[in-house]
Design a protein around this ligand. Structure first.
Ligand SMILES: *Cc1c(COP(=O)(O)O)cnc(C)c1O
Length: 383
């Protein structure tokens, strides 16, 4: 690799050029009138909020979505002028800050609407809100059969509340097209309660990464909330996504810290869960579960060293991981790079493969990369 990882022990390389190209590819796959809401919660899925957001702003994302106000404030520091949706529930003691930051909360019940409106009245301002409809996720949102009550509460509180959007969230867009269609139908039925002249002024959104492929060409939808896919990872294995090609954005590495030969029968790592079946050459890598490697990789995951896949031996420990390098034509040298996610000339480990070995879903594996894993940014452009 071209990067010189001097003095790094565990690090992720984030290719911002690939991120930008992914946004453009996804945009091209979606109907042209769609707003692209870039979901950058959880430190932009572990990729680092500020650099990711900077690049997505440059790539002309229309809006952003985060999980909480701290993320919203950090996003505002990067650039103003982009609408920010807060996807998670706001606690009452956060409303004031939410109004100050001018973020757009998602409301789930009339009580939230009243409390927010009362505060907006006191602060002499207007809260722009999206109404969230629970069409079968069972998490946030008003149950779809009771949408009219939430809508009425917002109407009652004009002008302190201003309706900016309506949305729902799919539970199974990557696995159950029938249920997704049902959720979509329930959502569309709710929209009938809205005055028809109001609808085109609202942001109407349901789709996450996995939903995009089933995006209906007609109808009132005019935005999608894209998270995982922009990082070059396809959601789920039964994904409905067709030919959309995205590039991997992130790779994850550590270095070989020690190489040693051990006799057959030697137990390896805590709990002796592995015993060498042959005389072996073992490499100690400079990353462990404190860096973002799941202990589920123990005796199961693989790592690229010198363009070969090398199996993890024994338990992953807090700061170090052991791998079998016996079959490499040449022993690795101390300091050289080992890759947990990424590619070499002849091998590749995708985020999905890494997550599968880790017993995690893709989102979870990315979020697990810890703060100790340094983020290194490459900025090759799309030119
Ligand atoms: C995280 C999230 C998304 C993005 O989901 P991806 O599968 O990562 O595209 C969209 N909407 C909501 C409400 C979310 O919480």
């Amino acid at each position: 690799m071209s990067l010189h990882p001097d003095k790094l022990r565990a690090w992720a390389v984030i290719n911002l050029g690939a991120l930008e190209r992914n946004l453009k590819a996804i945009r091209e796959a979606m109907p042209a009138h769609l707003s692209y809401i870039a979901v950058v919660k959880a430190n932009a899925y572990g990729h680092g909020l500020a650099p990711v957001v900077t690049r997505l702003m440059r790539a002309e994302a229309d809006a952003f979505a985060v999980a909480n106000l701290e993320e919203a404030a950090r996003l505002r520091e990067v650039g103003t002028g982009w609408p920010i949706l807060v996807l998670s529930v706001l606690l009452p003691d956060e409303y004031e800050e939410a109004l100050r930051l001018r973020v757009r909360p998602l409301l789930s019940c009339p009580e939230e609407a009243s409390a927010l409106a009362a505060l907006a009245a006191r602060m002499n301002c207007q809260a722009q809100v999206h109404l969230k409809i629970d069409t079968g996720m069972g998490r946030l949102g008003v149950w779809h059969e009771r949408f009219a009550e939430l809508l009425e509460a917002v109407r009652r509180h004009q002008p302190h509340l201003r309706l900016d959007g309506v949305c729902t969230h799919f539970s199974s867009a990557d696995s159950d097209p029938e249920f997704t269609a049902l959720q979509r139908a329930r959502f569309l039925a709710c929209l009938r309660h809205l005055p028809p002249e109001l609808l085109p002024q609202l942001l109407v959104h349901a789709d996450n990464s996995a939903g995009i492929e089933s995006f209906p060409r007609g109808g009132p939808f005019n935005a999608a909330r894209v998270g995982l896919l922009q990082f070059g990872v396809r959601p789920g294995h039964g994904s409905l996504l067709g030919d959309l090609v995205t590039e991997p954005v992130l790779s994850f590495h550590a270095r070989v810290g020690l190489v040693k030969d051990l006799p057959a029968g030697t137990p390896i790592s805590y709990g002796q869960t592995c015993r060498l079946r042959r005389p072996s050459r073992v490499a100690v890598l400079t990353a462990g579960y404190a860096d973002g490697l799941s202990t589920r990789l123990s005796n199961r995951g693989q790592v690229i060293i010198r363009d070969r896949l090398c199996p993890v031996l024994g338990r992953v420990t807090m700061d170090q991981t052991l791998v079998d390098v016996t079959d490499l034509p040449q022993p690795p040298t101390v300091g050289e790079v080992a890759t947990f996610i990424g590619r070499s000339a002849g091998c590749a480990i995708s985020v999905s493969q890494f997550a599968q070995w880790s017993g995690q879903i893709e989102w979870e594996a990315l979020c697990a990369l810890s703060a100790r894993t340094q983020r290194v940014y490459r900025t090759d452009s799309a030119l």
